[in-house]
Design a protein around this ligand. Structure first.
Ligand code: ADP
Ligand code: MG
Length: 715
C-alpha cells in the first residue's frame, strides 16, 4: 500500500500504519504463526494487503429467512432464525457427532456437526437467538443441516445483510479451522483494525473523472456487501484498479521504449525488395498482406525500433510477409533471421524461402540443433562476416556461438512457444542497437488478452485468406462409427488426396498416448493395406522424423499418423483431410491450428473430429464451435468465454500467465478498454507521472511491478 494517503482532507497518514503490504499476517489477531504459515502456503496470503485482496469467489443471497416448517428436502442454502433448545452428543469415535435441536416456533430441525465438536459446544448456547445458514438434507422423517454457519442474531448486519461471501479454501485450511467463514472473520478483524479505511490507490482526479467507488468503500463492500448494487460497484472499482495498473504499466513501458530505444532506420526500398516483388512473387498479395507490409515498412523506416505482433489465421500468408520484411532489411545493408519453434517448421520455412528466392542472389542458411558440426563451422563464420544474409532456424539461433555482423530484423514465428527469456537473447544479437522484431502468431489472441499480454506491441492483422480457398468442412463423428469414417477416407484417397490422422499427446499421459498412436497405426495399416501409411511423433530421431515426413510430403504415403508434432507449419497442399482422434482432449485453438494444415490446395478439404460419445457439456460446445466456425478470432473469443483466461493456450506456455485476482478477461472487456483509455489519457498528460496529481500512481506502479521491472521491454 501507499506510504501516504493523498486524501481530500490533505492529511498524511503515518507510513507505519499504511504499509499494508509489509505488515505480516501473523500479527493479525486470530492468526498467529501456525495459521500464517498455512495461509501463505495454501493461498499465498502473507501480508495484510494480501488478505484484503483475497476476494470471495461467490456470494449467496441471505436476504430472506425461511421458517422451519417450510423446509423441504431439496432446497439450496437457506437461513433460519431461532434458538437451540437442546444439545446431544451421540456415537463413538468416527461416528461421533453433535446434534443441536433448533426451533423457530414453527417446527424443529437438527443441526449436525461431525468435526470441531468442542469448539461448537463452547461457542453455542441454548436459549440464545441465532441465525442458521446451510443446506437442509432429508434424514429419515426429519431434516437436518450439517455443519451450518451459526451467528448470534446481533451479527445479522455483519453477516452481510443478505449477501454472504464465499472464499476459496483448501482441505488443509479447513483442518486448521480456516474455512470460508473464518476468512470472513479475519477480513472483519482486519478492516475493523484499520477503521474501515484503506489507503486509496487512485488519485482524486481519476476518482472524480471515473466516478468509481473509493477503495475503502470497495474493500468493505467486496467483503461485506450491503446490497447487490453496492457489491457490483465495488467489483467494478476493483476490477478497474487491477486492469488499470496493468495497462498503465504496459503503456508506460512501451512509451519509454519508444523514447529511448532507437531502431536501425531502414529508409530504402531497394533492389532486393523490388526485384522480388515485381519479378518473382508468384501471386498477387491479398489486400490484408499489402496493408501489413505497408505498416511494417513505415515502422522500420521511422527510426524507431519496431516491435510488432503479426496475427493471422493459419494459411493467411504470414511467411511471405515475413520474407518481404527480411528483404527490406537486406536492402538496407542488414541481415535478417527467422526463428521457428520446431525443427520441422524451421526446415519448411527454409525450403519455402529458398524456393521463393531461387533466382535471386541471396545467401540463405538453415541452422538447427541437428546441423552437422562441419556445416556449422562453415555457416557461423559466414554469418559473422555478413555473407549469409538470411538465417532461418530454431533455438539454435540464440546460442552464444551465433554472432551476426549486422542483424537488422528478427522474426519469430508462432511466438507463444518461445519464452520471454529466449526472445530477449535474440534481441541482444545486435550489440549496437536492437534489431527490429516481428512476432508472427497463428494463434489468434482475443482482443482483451492481446491488450493485456502484448499491449505494448503494435499489432498487425491479416484478416483475409488468399483467394480460391474453399472453406474447410468440419464434421464431428463418434468413434463408434469407424467403418463409415474409413469408407469416407478411402473415397478421398481414391480421388488422389492425402490424409492426416492426429492423436493427442498430453503431458503426464505420454505412455498411454503413444500406445493409442501405435495401436492406431496397426489399425490403419490393416484397414488400408493397399496404401502406404506412415507415422511421425516426438520420440523419433530427427532424421527418422524427417524421413517419414518426407514420405508424406512426396506423396509416397497417403496417410500420415502423427502426434501434434505436425501442429505447426507443415504445408502439404495435396493433403485435404484432417482426422483428429480423441478431439475432446484438444483445446479449441489447438484444434483450429491442426485444421489449418488442410485447405491449402484447390480441392474441398475436410476436418473430422472424432470423439467418444460421452462428452461433457463444455466439450460438446467446443466441438460444436469448431463445426460452425472457420474463423480463428471467433474461436479464440469463444475459447476465452468457455474456459476463462487462466487456461488459454499460449498464456501458460509462455510462462507469463496472468494472475488476476478479480478481473476476468473473458467478461470484463469493457472495463479493460475503459481502464486502458484512462491510462493512455493520463500518460498523455503526464508521461513520467511526476506531477502532484499523478505521483500516487507512480508509487503504486513501483510497488506492483518492481521486481518484474521492464520484462515487457523484451517481449
Ligand atoms: P501462414 O504462415 O500464415 O499459416 P503461409 O505463409 O504458410 O501461411 O501461407 C500459406 C500458403 O498460402 C502458402 O502456400 C503460401 O505460398 C500461400 N500464399 C501466401 N500468400 C498468398 C497470396 N497472396 N495468394 C495466394 N497464395 C498465397
Ligand atoms: Mg506459418
Amino acid at each position: 500500500m501507499f506510504y501516504y494517503s493523498y486524501s481530500q482532507q490533505g492529511y498524511e497518514v503515518p507510513r507505519m500504519q499504511l504499509d499494508l503490504d509489509k505488515r505480516a499476517i501473523t500479527y493479525l489477531p486470530g492468526v498467529g504463526p501456525r495459521r500464517a504459515e498455512i495461509l501463505k502456503q495454501e493461498i499465498g496470503v502473507s501480508s495484510y494487503e494480501d488478505l484484503l485482496y483475497y476476494f470471495p469467489y461467490k456470494y449467496i443471497d441471505r436476504s430472506r429467512f425461511y421458517r422451519v416448517n417450510e423446509v423441504t428436502g431439496n432446497m439450496p442454502f437457506i437461513q433460519l432464525k431461532g434458538k437451540i433448545v437442546l444439545f446431544d452428543q451421540i456415537g463413538e469415535g468416527r461416528t461421533k457427532r453433535l446434534i443441536a435441536k433448533f426451533t423457530d416456533g414453527t417446527g424443529t430441525i437438527d443441526l449436525v456437526w461431525f468435526k470441531g465438536l468442542a469448539y461448537v459446544t463452547q461457542k453455542l448456547k441454548t436459549d440464545t437467538e441465532y441465525i442458521v445458514f446451510g443446506r437442509p438434507t432429508e434424514f429419515g422423517h426429519t431434516y437436518n443441516i450439517v455443519h451450518p454457519d451459526v451467528d448470534p442474531i446481533e451479527q445479522a448486519g455483519q453477516v452481510a445483510n443478505g449477501l454472504t461471501p464465499y472464499y476459496n479454501t483448501t482441505e488443509r485450511m479447513k483442518k486448521a479451522f480456516l474455512n470460508s467463514r473464518a476468512l470472513q472473520n479475519l477480513q472483519y478483524t482486519l478492516l475493523n483494525s484499520l477503521g474501515w479505511k484503506v489507503p486509496e490507490t487512485l488519485p482524486e482526479a481519476v476518482l472524480a473523472k471515473t466516478h468509481l467507488m473509493p477503495l475503502s468503500e470497495a474493500m468493505r463492500h467486496i467483503h461485506f456487501p450491503e446490497s447487490v448494487q453496492k457489491l457490483r460497484e465495488a467489483q467494478v472499482r476493483l476490477k478497474f484498479d487491477e486492469l488499470f495498473f496493468i495497462q498503465l504499466h504496459i503503456l508506460q513501458t512501451a512509451q519509454d521504449r519508444k523514447l529511448h530505444l532507437r531502431g536501425i532506420p531502414f529508409p530504402r526500398v531497394g533492389t532486393y525488395f523490388n526485384t522480388f516483388y515485381k519479378d518473382y512473387l508468384p501471386f498477387e498479395l491479398t489486400n490484408a498482406q499489402k496493408r501489413v507490409v505497408k505498416e511494417i515498412r513505415a515502422d522500420m523506416g521511422s527510426g524507431r525500433q519496431m516491435n510488432r505482433l503479426l496475427q493471422g489465421d493459419v494459411g493467411s500468408g504470414k511467411t511471405l510477409v515475413g520474407l518481404l520484411a527480411m528483404l527490406l532489411a537486406l536492402d538496407n545493408g542488414c541481415q535478417a533471421c527467422m526463428m521457428a519453434p520446431t525443427e520441422i517448421l524451421a526446415t519448411q520455412h527454409y525450403a519455402t524461402v529458398k524456393a521463393f528466392l531461387q533466382d535471386m542472389d541471396i545467401q540463405v542458411a538453415l541452422l538447427t540443433g541437428s546441423t552437422k558440426k562441419r556445416e556449422r563451422d562453415k555457416i557461423l563464420p559466414a554469418i559473422a562476416r555478413g555473407e549469409i544474409q538470411i538465417v532461418i532456424g530454431t533455438h539454435a539461433l540464440i546460442e552464444d556461438t551465433v554472432i551476426f555482423s549486422s542483424l537488422g530484423l528478427a522474426i519469430i514465428d508462432e511466438q507463444h512457444r518461445f519464452g520471454v527469456e529466449q526472445r530477449a537473447r535474440l534481441w541482444k544479437k545486435n550489440t549496437q542497437t536492437v534489431p527490429h522484431v516481428l512476432v508472427m502468431t497463428a494463434t489468434p489472441i482475443p482482443r482483451t488478452l492481446a491488450m493485456t499480454l502484448y499491449g505494448d506491441l503494435d499489432v498487425s492483422v491479416i484478416d483475409e485468406l488468399p483467394p480460391g480457398r474453399k472453406p474447410i468442412v468440419t464434421l464431428h463423428r463418434y468413434d463408434t462409427k469407424r467403418k463409415e469414417l474409413f469408407n469416407f477416407l478411402r473415397k478421398e484417397i481414391e480421388k488422389g488426396r492425402q490424409v492426416y490422422v492426429v492423436y493427442p499427446l498430453i503431458e503426464g499421459n505420454e505412455k498411454l498416448d503413444y500406445k493409442s498412436l501405435e495401436e492406431g497405426f496397426e489399425v490403419f495399416k490393416e484397414e488400408f493395406k493397399e496404401y502406404t501409411v506412415c507415422m511421425v511423433h516426438g520420440r523419433l530421431k530427427p532424421a527418422d522424423k524427417e524421413r517419414e515426413m518426407q514420405r508424406f510430403v512426396s506423396g509416397e504415403a497417403q496417410i500420415l499418423l502423427a502426434t501434434t508434432v505436425i501442429e505447426v507449419g507443415v504445408n502439404v497442399p495435396n493433403a485435404s483431410v484432417m482426422v483428429i482422434e480423441s478431439a475432446e482432449r484438444f483445446g479449441l485453438s489447438q484444434l483450429h491450428q491442426l485444421r489449418g494444415r488442410v485447405g491449402r490446395g484447390a480441392e474441398q478439404s475436410y476436418c473430422i473430429l472424432v470423439s467418444s460419445y460421452k462428452l461433457s457439456h463444455e466439450t460438446r460446445k467446443r466441438l460444436e464451435i469448431m463445426v460452425n466456425s472457420n474463423n480463428g478470432f471467433e474461436i479464440a473469443e469463444a475459447d476465452l468465454r468457455l474456459r476463462g483466461q487462466g487456461d488459454i493456450e499460449g498464456t501458460r506456455q509462455s510462462g507469463e500467465g496472468l494472475d488476476l485476482k478479480i478481473a476476468n478477461l473473458a467478461t470484463d472487456g469493457q472495463i479493460l478498454q475503459y481502464a486502458r483509455s484512462i491510462a493512455a489519457e493520463i500518460l498523455n498528460e503526464d508521461p513520467q507521472l511526476m506531477s502532484e496529481t499523478y505521483r500516487l500512481l507512480n508509487e503504486r506502479l513501483r510497488q506492483l511491478f518492481s521486481g518484474k521491472l521492464n520484462w515487457r521491454l523484451i517481449s
